[in-house]
Design a protein around this ligand. Sequence first.
Ligand SMILES: Cc1cc2nc3c(=O)[nH]c(=O)nc-3n(C[C@H](O)[C@H](O)[C@H](O)COP(=O)(O)OP(=O)(O)OC[C@H]3O[C@@H](n4cnc5c(N)ncnc54)[C@H](O)[C@@H]3O)c2cc1C
Length: 220
Amino acid sequence: MNAPVRSIAQTNDGVTVTSDAGVWTAAWAVVATAPPMAARISYTPPMPPRRDAFTQRMPMGSIIKVHVAYETPFWRAKGLSGSILSDRTATGLWMDHSIPGVETGGMVGFFGGGHAQAWAERSPEERRARVLEDLATYLGPEANKPTEYVERSWPAAPWQRGAYWAMPTPGALTAFGPALREPVGRIHWAGTETADANIGYLDGAIQSGERVAGDIVNHL
Ligand SMILES: Cc1cc2nc3c(=O)[nH]c(=O)nc-3n(C[C@H](O)[C@H](O)[C@H](O)COP(=O)(O)OP(=O)(O)OC[C@H]3O[C@@H](n4cnc5c(N)ncnc54)[C@H](O)[C@@H]3O)c2cc1C
């Protein structure tokens, strides 16, 4: 934690990992970030052309996640479920995520794709105003009086630069696919994007950790 890795150097004998919090040497390294974030680390020697070409073709998605809390789930009294799927507003996917058994209400929603890219460059106050306007469109004017607003702009997060995950552009897997998982010398690749199934989910991340741990054990 709090140790962003800036560079990884490898020789036939081991790896040296340099981060803002210190330098580590080891026999093997596992890079478990999304591929485009892995590409921002400086490697010595440089990555082989196929691996570098692949990571150039796997951008992060664009999502801003928003939670809005209310004194009550007021929409239910109007016979509304709180589930919204619409392209009429900047935020178009919403769900009621009120906690069962408590009086307060909550909505969780997203700016996605082009809307996330455009709104990531606006201020949190501007996004809050837009979110409340959108919710009022679907749920009524009560939506303008939240008790709390919490957001996470994933495209702006310096060590994520997007969400939910990284996706290969058309043709990238056909042309460069093996580079997704193939180790480069003493550097192995993990993370949900490298999973066999459930890519983009926690399950995929865990699978990838198990796979790469097995690969390293086989080296020992
Ligand atoms: C809004 C949102 C909702 C989601 N909802 C669900 C859901 O409901 N269910 C589900 O299963 N999954 C969900 N996911 C996806 C899930 O969070 C991911 O699939 C999972 O976290 C991927 O795990 P990972 O270990 O591969 O990568 P990450 O969790 O992204 O971990 C990679 C880590 O690497 C760090 N990092 C990046 N660069 C460097 C560097 N140079 N040096 C050191 N560290 C670095 C990052 O800070 C990050 O902590 C959601 C994701 C988002 C964003």
